[in-house]
Design a protein around this ligand. Sequence first.
Ligand code: ZN
Length: 334
Amino acid sequence: MELFAQLTQLFGPSGYESRVREFIKNELKDLADEIIEDAIGNLIVFKKGYGENKKKIMLSGHTDEIGVQVIKVEDNGMIMVKSLGSSWIYTTYQSRVQFKNGTIGVVASRVRPDKIDDKFTNLYVDIGLSKKEDVLKLVDVGDAGVYMGSFETLAGDYITAKAIDDRVGCYMMMETLKNVKSAYHDVYYVFAVQEEVGCRGSKVTAARIKPDLGIAVDVTPGHDRPGDLEGSNTLGNGTAIKISDTSVICDEALNELMFALCKENNIPYQKEVIYVGGTDASSMNMSGYGVKAGAVSVVTRYTHGPNAIVNKKDIEASISLLSKLVDTKLEFLV
Ligand SMILES: [Zn+2]
């Protein structure tokens, strides 16, 4: 879990993900057959399979996290930001954010808190300075920032941190590669950029790889607390195998195989259906002439905020499923 802890603390808002990419590349360079970095920053770690009827499997987790970007520095030193990716205004308010150069600020409101509404420009970042020229020495228009949220272990196998979406996916792919080393299939471990702003990285990567099967490795929201949307996702009850979200309907045969693998190997799992949000599974699914797609997810509470919560056992179950999947003959593709 040390590796997961480190991943969550790296700076990587959408479009500014080089620190995450470099970290992952460094960790995996000795295990890969080939590493490709493309023009927009996707990291593709290729591991050749040994199987006679091997296929191309693309696993896609994203390196970006929710952030903010400066749109204006005001005369009194208040920094106006927009959201990079979709964040809750109520979780952003009074969070700490950190810019790439290490400058820390607190998100405050220019109106009374109950009047913020859903208007991001009602917020501002306070770095402690009150003059525009002083602020500009540290923070300029266009600078991106991320939430601060340390990695902490909670009671009952739970973890909280910032950027769990989707460093947990990056972590699970890294562990899968370490676990299986060479698998039956050719596996492309894709650490994709800019998922939070519209699945951009996985779209071009799928076009490059032309996979036979595309699996998103990501988080999915929990449905076991009163403020959640409706649904069946619960924490601590196993890896979540996606059935559908607003962007994709997952391949039935692939899902049947994943359910069977979980049963055979005593991997706890749950079926995931959500009606808000999407994943990289959609861009793989819709690439080329169409690609069978699915997603292995970790149910997460309070995603897109500085203090998301996941359960260790769900992460372990997801790694176990992915490790089995890449090493299992895919009869339905033959
Ligand atoms: Zn995500």
